[in-house]
Every structure is written in C-alpha cells, then in structure tokens.
Design a protein around this ligand. Structure first.
Ligand code: NAX
Length: 329
C-alpha cells in the first residue's frame, strides 16, 4: 500500500527534519510506501526543491514519489495524511490579533483545499502556531470533513514534561507514563502529573522524597520549565526546537494511525468533555483507537488542576473570539 502525505512548510526547519524520517519509515513502518507532496509558498520553493533532491539521493526504498508545489489544490491532492507545519511567525511589532489573522489567512484556505482535494479519510495534524486555533480554523473551513480528523500537536509538550520528570526522579523516561497536557500549546498549557506513574507507582509519591513540597515544586519549577522549554531552547541553541518537534510530530501521527497502548496528549475537538466549550481544539489526555482520537474520560480533576485547565481553555476561547471578530470563522 502507498500513503500520500502532504507536508506544508516543507522548505522550513521542521519540514527538513521530518522528511527524511518519513522516507525512512519512522512514521508508518517499514512496509508502507509513501508519496510525498511538499507544499510551500513561492519564497520557500527552492528550499523544498533542494530537500526533494536530497530525498532522491537518500535512495529510500519506501519513497515512491516526491512532488513540490505552491498550489494547495495540487499539494493536497489525494492526501491521506496532511501535516500542516508551515505558518506565519510573529514578526516584529506584530500584535496577537495580527498573528491570528495572518494564520487564519493560511489555514482557512488550506482547510478548504483539504476538503476539496484530499482523500476521504484524510487526517490532519497542525504543528504551525498558534497550533490549536489554526487547527480550529482549518477544520471550520473544511466543509464535509469531520472536525475529529483535525488535531493539533501537543506531544512535544508531553515529551518535555515526561523528560523533566524522568530527570528529576533519575529514572528511564519510558517508565514515566500518563502525563497529559491540557489546553493550549502555549505558556498557559497545563502538564498534569495527577495521574502520572513511574514504574507503576504514583509520580507524586515518588517526587515527595526528592523535591519536598510537591505542589510548590509543580507550581514553581515543573510547570514553568515545561511551558517555557521552547524559549529555553531558543536561548541556548539560538534557534527554535526542530528535531524534537519533528520527533513529536512523527509520534503523534504514528499513534493516530496505529493506535496507542496508553494515554498520550493531542489537541482535539471538544464535545464539552471536562467542561471545555464545544468546538474548541484543546489538548486532552487521549488514546488512539481504530484511527481515531478518544478523549480519556472520567478522570478526577482537583480544584487546583481545574483552575489551571480553565486558564488555558480561557485563552483558547479568547483566540476563537478574536478570529470570529475578524470575520474569519
Ligand atoms: P520555518 O520558518 O523554518 O519554516 C516554516 C516554513 O513554512 C517556511 O519554509 C515557509 O516558507 C513555510 N510556509 C509559510 N506559509 C506557508 C503556507 N501558506 N503554505 C506552505 N508553507 C508555508 O519554521 P519551523 O521551525 O519549521 O516551524 C514551523 C512551525 O512550527 C512554526 O509555526 C512554529 O512556531 C511551530 N512549532 C510548533 C510546535 C508545536 O509543538 N506545536 C513546536 C515547534 C515549533 O515551534
């Protein structure tokens, strides 16, 4: 079988890190052939074409075809999976409203092109920021494609949270499980350790002997560290997260397609779960079953967690209102 994958922003940094892993089979496994459609804006075509030449030189057995285009109708043609990575970054002096409007101008038409040209079962992952609201705009513009087929990346935040816990507890990262991200992929996000386990034991219990007052550590150290990790990477590296973002994107899409054996996090459409207003694309604890994200329901939410979730969801509501006020939703 061959899967058609459309990558927007293919000439950018994350695009470059993603392409070779997809071609090597990291996304869909060693049996599934892939056809890549690289969608860019005219200024990014050269970089995408260069990446396509390098893909050719990789002589990847799974890679059937690579097409580079700046036409969304061609780019999304027959797409089974769409990875929307290209976005407008915040420029100097740009207000939040300007950023939302600029991105609505990208994700609205892309949503419409997906509805018109992609394969029937298309699944869309939005990485480009502001990821949750961009996903909302794309979904709203994709007539006839269920909103459940759109999701926003918060897996990088979850991976950062699990890695911080593993480092603090001095344990292998894969023993730390169930650390969902709630809300927006932004500084208001809530990485939640309430139900997390380390080698089967509650993380909060394991933390007590190491950090002392766990709630103070969570509020003052852990949550800010995870929420501001992107800024930390920029400060240290001189450039934003790239390979870790590509890795999280691979894990997100692979899990969506192949299923999960435990919880993970993704920005998915709310049907009112946990009091999140219907229609928002908010991050939740999720499982992937039969190619669909399923929100993990029935979890106990403490008053403290509730206030954290509410604050991030309030920001998502404001973003939706701002886009509506611009007449773009
Ligand atoms: P780059 O600036 O390196 O690349 C972006 C590429 O997108 C450029 O080549 C540009 O020409 C292209 N592009 C812009 N508008 C386009 C359009 N309408 N159609 C197709 N292509 C278009 O950024 P990069 O470092 O690759 O980051 C990409 C996006 O990921 C940014 O919005 C960034 O903020 C976001 N991130 C999201 C993360 C997440 O966890 N959700 C984490 C990493 C990253 O910060």
């Amino acid at each position: 079988m061959t899967t058609t994958i459309t990558l927007t922003g293919a000439g950018g940094q994350i695009g470059y890190a993603l392409l070779f892993r997809i071609a090597a089979g990291d996304l869909l496994g060693p049996e599934e052939k892939v056809r890549l459609r690289l969608l860019e804006i005219p200024q990014g075509l050269g970089a995408a074409e260069g990446a396509a030449l390098e893909l050719q030189d990789g002589a990847f057995g799974l890679l059937e075809q690579v097409e580079v285009t700046d036409d969304p109708a061609v780019g999304f043609d027959g797409a089974d999976l769409a990875l929307l990575v290209g976005a407008r970054p915040r420029g100097p002096g740009m207000e939040r409203g300007d950023l939302l409007a600029a991105n609505a101008g990208i994700f609205g038409p892309q949503g419409a092109a997906i509805a018109a040209h992609a394969a029937d079962g298309v699944r869309v992952t939005v990485v480009g920021n502001p990821a949750n609201t961009n996903a909302l705009i794309a979904a709203a513009s994709a007539d006839g494609v269920p909103a459940e087929r759109f999701s926003a990346l918060t897996r990088l935040d979850e991976n950062r949270a699990r890695a911080q816990l593993a480092q603090t507890l001095a344990v292998p990262v894969d023993t730390v499980r169930r650390v969902p991200i709630w809300g927006n992929h932004s500084a208001t996000q809530f990485p939640d350790v309430s139900h997390a386990t380390v080698a089967g034991r509650p993380v909060t219990e394991a933390l007590e002997t190491i950090v002392g007052d766990v709630s103070v550590w969570l509020d003052e150290t852990f949550i800010p560290r995870v929420a501001k990790r992107g800024a930390e990477i920029i400060a240290v590296r001189g450039s934003s997260s790239v390979a870790s973002a590509a890795n999280a994107t691979i894990e997100h899409v692979r899990d969506w397609v192949h299923g999960t054996d435990d919880w993970t996090s993704a920005g998915v459409v709310s049907h009112g779960e946990y009091g999140v207003p219907e229609g928002l694309i908010s991050s939740f604890p999720v499982r992937a079953v039969d190619g669909e994200w399923r929100i993990v329901e029935g979890l106990e939410v403490s008053e403290w967690a509730r206030s954290r979730i509410d604050a991030s969801v309030a920001e998502l509501t404001e973003e939706r209102e701002a886009v509506r006020a611009l007449g773009m939703l």
